[in-house]
Design a protein around this ligand. Structure first.
Ligand code: GN1
Ligand code: MG
Length: 377
């Protein structure tokens, strides 16, 4: 964690209406560095999130914040039209002294880099593991609603914050180059994992190829839908607000659905070492799917809905490959807690993918039953 004084100095460049009395690091993300700022000891004192954008991953933070500004404004406007109180239903970013949503701390200073702040949403949980199907159902509704709210957002105004983010064949080429370069000298110890990825090469083309032919439409999507990116109200148990908007870009609905199911219906953590604990839970899968389809059925095409389970397979394989690529590159992208962390993550995603492959027909049958029973067209 950065020094307390450094964080307070960074915070002083934002219009927070005072000086924080407490700072806490929030460690759930794998990319950005995140702190919660408490503006007073009282329970109802305002709180903020202060976050340093990882500019190794996001090369152009100004364009990124412009995307975020537009997307949150669009969602806010939609909620207002419906007469909904927007306070806890969309992120509210705070203006910095330069009038933008970004403060850039000078190079060479302790806090150097691009910072942003937003109002902390109180009395909510961002679940790392969801065990109750009813909560996962809500997460499905939350991401489905997000997708639907952006259905009329003009995709052409969005910058690509990470080019080729879910361009899985492109990532496969990058992976092959990393195997070849073997920069960290680790390729010889992971031949089985490399072979596993190579054997799924065709699978990894299956969304991008369908986008290219038009079989799947290009939409504005979130692209990073781990279930801890939807805030669940502690009082009502309902999904309130989708967070982590850095990768909102044109993409496929299968990415959002697939990544959420990958994370949410797994019986263990993303970096579980004991592979016997990793399974794909059909009850959780069904709950998420029910919520997501309920909120998107009038928006997505019938073919798209029927193909949703493919998203879970592709995104799980893609992430196994991304973790393995980072392991081969010497851990330069994802935050890691130990040298084997990316390899442990790779193996966990491989195990999960095998479990999904076993259950794939059942997954498709469930989605088909929802689509046939509903009003999707
Ligand atoms: C990263 O930072 P976080 O945890 O929200 C990554 C996602 C991965 C995820 C795996 C910009 O997300 O793509 O699925 O880790 N985000 C980026 O845990 O690469
Ligand atoms: Mg993220």
């Amino acid at each position: 964690m950065l020094h307390h004084d450094t964080i307070l100095e960074i915070a002083s460049h934002f219009d927070l209406g005072g000086t924080p009395v407490a700072v806490k690091e929030l460690t759930a993300g794998n990319i950005n560095i995140t702190y919660r700022l408490d503006m007073g000891a009282e329970a109802d004192a305002p709180r903020y999130v202060l976050q340093r954008i990882n500019t190794g991953a996001f090369r152009d933070p100004d364009s990124l914040m412009e995307n975020v500004r537009r997307v949150t404004a669009h969602i806010r406007a939609g909620l207002e039209t419906e007469g909904v109180d927007t306070e806890r239903r969309v992120l509210h970013f705070v203006t910095a002294e330069n009038g933008t949503l970004l403060y850039t701390a000078p190079a060479g200073t302790a806090g150097e880099g691009a910072w942003r702040a937003y109002r902390y949403v109180d009395d909510v949980t961002a679940y790392d593991r969801i065990e109750h199907p009813s909560t996962l159902y809500e997460a499905g509704r939350g991401f489905g609603e997000f997708q639907t709210r952006l259905a009329d957002f003009p995709a052409e105004v969005l910058s690509e914050t990470i080019p080729h983010f879910h361009d899985t064949p492109y990532r496969y080429d990058t992976f092959c180059r990393s195997v070849e370069a073997d920069r960290a000298g680790r390729a010889a110890e992971v031949t089985e994992e490399i072979a596993f990825i190579n054997s799924r090469r065709e699978l990894m083309r299956s969304i991008v190829d369908r986008l290219a032919t038009g079989e799947l439409p290009l939409r504005v999507t979130h692209n990073d839908t781990k279930v801890n990116n939807v805030l669940i109200d502690n009082q009502t148990g309902r999904a309130l607000c989708v967070i982590d908007l850095d990768t909102v870009m044109p993409g496929s609905s299968l990415y959002d659905y697939g990544d959420a199911v990958r994370f949410g219906a797994c019986t263990a953590a993303e970096d579980e070492e004991d592979l016997s604990k990793i399974d794909f839970d059909m009850t959780l899968f069904e709950a998420f799917t029910r919520g997501f389809v309920e909120m998107t059925a009038t928006n997505l095409t019938r073919d798209e809905l029927l193909l949703l389970p493919l998203g879970a397979l592709v995104l799980t394989c893609e992430l196994a490959m991304r973790f393995l690529t980072d392991y081969l590159d010497g851990d330069v992208y994802f935050k890691t807690r130990c040298p084997a962390h990316n390899l442990v993550r790779t193996r966990a995603q491989m195990q999960l993918l095998c479990k999904m492959e076993e259950k794939y027909d059942a997954m498709c049958a469930f989605v088909a039953s929802l689509v046939d029973g509903g009003d999707a067209s």
